[in-house]
Design a protein around this ligand. Structure first.
Ligand code: HXC
Length: 258
């Protein structure tokens, strides 16, 4: 499908999706969110794709929801449209792994979009923030909820109440991102990470993603039970036999997603 606000490339089992509204620092509008949800849905359906990398430009992953698009809207407008909700929920229902590669600004909805991905690798130029408070609104796509789970209440409150930005070093220290790399190395690092994931058994990868995500939705006891049952169920796969045989035979496993 032809897109106007994103660019999709598929390379060696990895779908690279690049947000592409350079004049607005990749600000999110209805078209971009809808194209992104569609592209992710296509990647989910495409058997060749085993991992997805979501990125922006060097200057901005995304500078938030499009303020010019929102400025004239009323309560009735945003309530009725349920601005971005169906598309963002579709994004979080993708079962294949999604890595966010963040350079520059990831603000407001941009920070929230990165947090919808499975993990974030960022460049040393990255700046994360929830500056909605400066616009007379609050975060609307997870900035008070996911961010709090990532970095704890104190930092989440600080960011949501003062609107200050968090740099890459602080983001790594706080658990918001998994790795920080020099800007020039960002895409190489993210694509290598995606290749590593793509080599695994797809069933196991999707099961692991589901189990980690379950930890955000349930109690520890229920989460551990869910994990144990999924662990048990993977013994019904050929890939478990292959993975363990390969270890014993001191060779590389050849997973077949079965
Ligand atoms: C629309 C945006 C934009 C945005 C930047 N631009 N962010 N347009 N919506 N969120 C546009 C600018 O208007 C400008 O275009 C161009 O991109 C370059 O931006 P500058 O401001 O000139 O660049 P710079 O001085 O380098 O500053 C970068 C910046 C700043 C710090 C990122 O642009 C900024 O503060 N942006 C807004 C960040 C923000 O408040 N995000 C939260 C949005 S609310 P023109 O044509 O004017 O020159 C949100 C809610 C999500 O995300 C929940 C939804 C349900």
């Amino acid at each position: 499908m032809a897109y106007e606000t994103i660019i999709v490339e598929i390379e060696d089992h990895v779908a690279l999706i690049k947000l592409n509204r350079p004049d607005a620092l990749n600000a999110l509008n209805d078209q971009l969110m809808s194209e992104l949800a569609t592209a992710l849905g296509e990647a989910q359906q495409n058997d060749k794709v085993r991992c997805i990398v979501l990125t922006g430009s060097e200057k901005a992953f995304a500078a938030g929801a499009d303020i010019k698009m929102m400025s004239e809207k009323s309560f009735v407008d945003v309530f009725t449209e349920d601005l971005f909700t169906p598309d963002s929920e579709a994004i979080t229902r993708i079962r294949k792994p999604i890595i966010a590669a963040v350079s520059g600004y990831a603000l407001g909805g941009g920070c929230e979009l990165a947090m919808m991905c499975d993990f974030i690798i960022c460049s040393d130029t990255a700046k994360f923030g929830q500056p909605e408070i400066n616009l007379g609104v609050i975060a609307g796509l997870g900035g008070t909820q996911r961010l709090t789970r990532f970095v704890g209440k104190s930092k989440a409150m600080d960011m949501n109440l003062t609107g200050r930005f968090m740099d890459a070093e602080e983001a790594e220290r706080s658990g918001l991102v998994s790795r920080v790399v020099p800007a020039k190395k960002l895409m190489e690092e993210a694509m290598n990470a995606a290749q590593k994931v793509a080599e695994k058994s797809m069933i196991t990868v999707m099961a692991a993603k589901e189990a980690v995500n379950r930890s955000y939705e349930t109690t520890l006891r229920e989460g551990l039970l869910f994990e144990r049952r999924v662990f048990h169920s993977l013994f019904a796969t050929e890939d478990q036999k292959e993975g363990m045989a390969a270890f014993t035979e001191k060779r590389q496993a050849q997973f077949r997603d079965k």
